[in-house]
Write a protein that binds this ligand. Structure first.
Ligand SMILES: *Cc1c(COP(=O)(O)O)cnc(C)c1O
Length: 218
């Protein structure tokens, strides 16, 4: 699907939800995609991208940023503490803050570099053992600790609902967690469900395959 049609679907879903134009940011998830596909989307005007690995992003984005001005990069995959500093240097948003040790490392890295990427707290809305994120019932306490103990100012919350479930209840749960903690950013919705996420209040949708085509992990 073209960038234009994804944008049109986002605009239509935003309107249908009675939300203002531009309320939803498209994060184009470029992980694993061949460079020529990423370049094509950049050529078409997209500037906000998501990557799930620090190493992969470090290998391709510095050169792309020299050619395309105004790129904003979101980290949407799990972050190891030993890569926190590199992530702070490379990314404009880190969506996967989910534990105190990482909060401490990010706070140190932000102080050391003077950079202030937007931070989203990842919530494991489905309580899935294999998935990163704080448990829903631990989210309020964790967000409070980020603010009080580490001096961080989270911008939002992020979730990846279970693959086999209706995502809508997970989107609502995330919205409630964001609202009661005073966090405006809601990163939710992927290729298969971004319209449903927009209906539930998403401010950031993370769209990969619908935009770039299937990922080839071969
Ligand atoms: C890969 C990925 C996406 C994009 O998934 P698609 O289904 O290809 O749109 C979104 N969010 C996260 C966290 C991802 O890892």
């Amino acid at each position: 699907m073209s960038l234009e049609s994804v944008r049109a679907r986002i605009a239509a879903a935003t309107r249908a939800a009675g939300r203002p134009e531009g309320a939803v940011t498209l994060v184009a998830v470029s992980k694993v995609q061949p460079l020529e596909r990423v370049e094509a989307v950049l050529d078409a005007g997209q500037r906000v991208f998501g990557e799930n690995r620090v190493q992969e992003a470090a290998g391709k984005w510095p050169a792309l940023r020299e050619r395309f001005a105004g790129v904003t990069l979101h980290l949407i995959g799990p972050l190891q503490t030993n890569k926190a500093k590199q992530a702070v240097e490379l990314f404009d948003a880190i969506q996967t803050l989910d534990r105190e040790k990482l909060a401490a490392k990010l706070a140190d890295a932000m102080a050391a570099t003077g950079r202030t990427p937007a931070l989203f707290v990842q919530v494991n809305t489905g309580d899935e053992a294999q998935k990163a994120g704080v448990a829903p019932e631990a989210a309020d306490g964790f967000i409070e600790a980020c603010r009080r103990d580490y001096g961080l100012t989270p911008a939002g919350v992020m979730a990846i609902p279970p693959a086999d479930a209706d995502p809508a209840p997970h989107f609502r749960l995330l919205r409630e967690i964001g609202a009661r903690n005073g966090l405006a950013g809601l990163s939710m919705g992927m290729s298969g469900d971004f319209e449903a996420a927009i209906a539930e209040g998403a401010t950031h949708v993370r769209v990969g395959s619908a935009l770039f085509g299937e990922r080839d992990y071969g």
